[in-house]
Design a protein around this ligand. Structure first.
Ligand SMILES: Cc1cc2nc3c(=O)[nH]c(=O)nc-3n(C[C@H](O)[C@H](O)[C@H](O)COP(=O)(O)OP(=O)(O)OC[C@H]3O[C@@H](n4cnc5c(N)ncnc54)[C@H](O)[C@@H]3O)c2cc1C
Length: 502
């Protein structure tokens, strides 16, 4: 739905089908992290989700019923939403579906993708409708967003290697009598297993627990209450349970996220441990990364080669997130005394020095998502997420969400008249991107990373830095050529320019 919304917003036709009769009624993913709220804001539903969700800004860690560490999200700098929300997945899906419909889209429920083949310029699909009859349709591109048991993935020959995690997990959404916190989530680690409590609002909590080895029964009230008393300090009882279940997690990844004209996003492309609650968040990052590129290519604005960057960028980014959640799962199940002692010392020391927060908060929040080699030095590096908003506010220049933005930085010492001329000239000549002057407008945390000399920051529609172009404010025409060359790498010439050159 995120991807389809992006396409529809740009006037690109998209057929959205689901083999289900309606969205899943289960709460499943319950946390939306800060970067995902930023991206969903960009899609147009951020505020609605925040209004519909429940605020939380702190994660606490307990070991054998004693608090050993905490990570706060409200101290993240340069972030549009310095907090996370909890919200049942069905509600997130309902908000997205409403948005999709407002853009003129619709989900055709009870329609299944059955099989497909592709040629150089088209993808042929066999779809099955609600009455069981099959139809053949051809598309320019197909995106398999069809979950862990994807049919698109094997139909187009994507491999999906990985493993199934040994520990089973039990979850319930239930009233928790005796629990008072409402803006903090907590992990309770013990030598015999762990537990997580996340507030959903209204006194309801997501309660998750590793299932003790050998346990074969149902995860009923008695099961959760026993684990609560074994693993969580204080007296807590379960009130009404909305639902409960046991599931097994997998850690898998498709060998590539693109084969020709077919792409995979979300659980169809990757599965990860639920520790850290990153699954649906990672899928939304995929959809945004692919969405603006596919829309731009289909609109004829961007070079088709840009699509190859989807797999190149997202697969390593997903591996990083999946690696973190696997590590968190492993650390959360330590049972040997030396492991537990080492972990607890690390949590205590990390919290006392705020090192844990500095390291973990940006990762869990996914604000450290970076496309390309990680920076080794201070300064701005292509691929990084710029901590600038796309909503107008005094401190942050507005980034365009539907095209590239070129931010002009005059350097620390500049001649006002020369700089104004340069900005004007670039504003006139660069018609394929929004041009914004940073002169005299300190852009918050970015300022510290900008150098003494003038430059243009070419920023992608998803807010990641594409490249930095050096400028000489005595040479406006050379600056226009340099910025144009940078845009040429990604964008096709605008129609007016094509006419002049022909
Ligand atoms: C119990 C549980 C708890 C979870 N908790 C969290 C959490 O706390 N945080 C988190 O981030 N993630 C969590 N997850 C993971 C999260 O739910 C998934 O990552 C997320 O749903 C993936 O979204 P998706 O759109 O890629 O796939 P899905 O949500 O699986 O959606 C796939 C869609 O494709 C449709 N489909 C399938 N096959 C076809 C076909 N052949 N033709 C047409 N349509 C088809 C399905 O009907 C479905 O609508 C949890 C998952 C479970 C099961």
């Amino acid at each position: 739905m995120v991807l389809a919304s992006e396409l529809l917003r740009h006037g690109v036709q998209a057929d959205v089908i689901s083999n289900a009769r309606r969205q899943s009624p289960h709460s499943r993913a319950t946390i939306l992290w800060p970067r995902i709220l930023e991206l969903l804001d960009r899609v147009g539903v951020g505020e609605k989700l925040v209004a519909a969700g429940h605020y939380f800004d702190q994660m606490n860690y307990y070991s054998n019923k004693k608090m050993v560490g905490l990570v706060r999200f409200d101290r993240l700098r340069g972030v549009g939403y310095p907090f996370a929300i909890t919200i049942p997945q069905w509600r997130t899906e309902a908000v997205l579906e409403e948005h999709l419909e407002a853009l003129g889209g619709t989900i055709r429920y009870d329609h299944a993708f059955v099989e497909g083949t592709q040629s150089e310029d088209t993808v042929h699909c066999v779809l099955r409708g609600p009455d069981g009859t099959s139809t053949s349709r051809s598309y320019d591109y197909v995106v398999g967003a069809d979950g862990y048991n994807s049919t698109v993935r094997p139909a187009f020959g994507f491999e999906f290697a990985g493993r199934t995690m040994r520990t089973r997990l039990a979850i319930t959404d239930a009233e928790l009598v005796g629990e008072t916190t409402s803006s903090e989530a907590a992990y309770y680690l013990t030598r015999t297993g762990n537990m997580v409590l996340a507030p959903l609002g209204g006194g309801i909590f997501r309660v998750g627990a590793s299932v003790p080895d050998g346990y074969q029964g149902e995860p009923d009230r008695a099961f959760f209450e026993r684990l609560l008393s074994e693993r969580v300090p204080g007296e807590r009882r379960l009130g009404e349970m909305k639902f409960s279940g046991v599931f097994t997690a997998h850690v898998r990844s498709a060998s590539t996220y693109q084969r020709g004209r077919v792409f995979l996003v979300g659980d169809a492309a990757h599965a990860m441990s639920p520790s850290g609650a990153q699954g649906v968040n990672t899928g939304i990052q995929d959809a945004v990364n692919l969405g603006w590129k596919l829309a731009g290519v289909l609109r004829g604005d961007y070079r088709p080669g840009l699509l190859a960057s989807y797999d190149r960028e997202r697969r390593p980014a997903v591996e990083t997130v999946a690696g973190l959640s696997t590590r968190l799962a492993r650390i959360g199940l330590y049972s040997k005394p030396h492991q537990v002692i080492g972990r607890d010392i690390a949590y205590r020391f990390g919290s006392a020095t705020q090192l844990l927060e500095r390291v973990l908060a940006p990762k869990l929040a996914q604000v450290d998502t970076h496309y390309g080699p990680r920076p080794k030095r201070r300064g701005l590096v292509p691929g990084e997420r710029l901590p600038l908003g796309w909503r107008a506010c005094a401190a942050a220049p507005v980034l365009a969400v539907d095209r590239y933005t070129v931010l002009l930085w005059p350097g620390l010492e500049y001649r006002y008249d020369r700089w104004v001329q340069l900005v004007e000239r670039l504003g006139e000549a660069v018609d394929r991107a929004r041009v914004t002057d940073l002169g005299g407008r300190p852009p918050g945390p970015v300022l510290a990373k900008l150098g003494a000399t003038p430059c243009a920051l070419v920023v992608r529609p998803d807010g990641h830095l594409d490249r930095v172009v050096e400028l000489d404010d005595r040479e406006p025409e050379a600056a226009v050529r340099a910025v144009d060359r940078a845009l040429d790498e990604r964008l096709l010439p605008s129609p007016a320019r094509a006419l002049v050159t022909s």
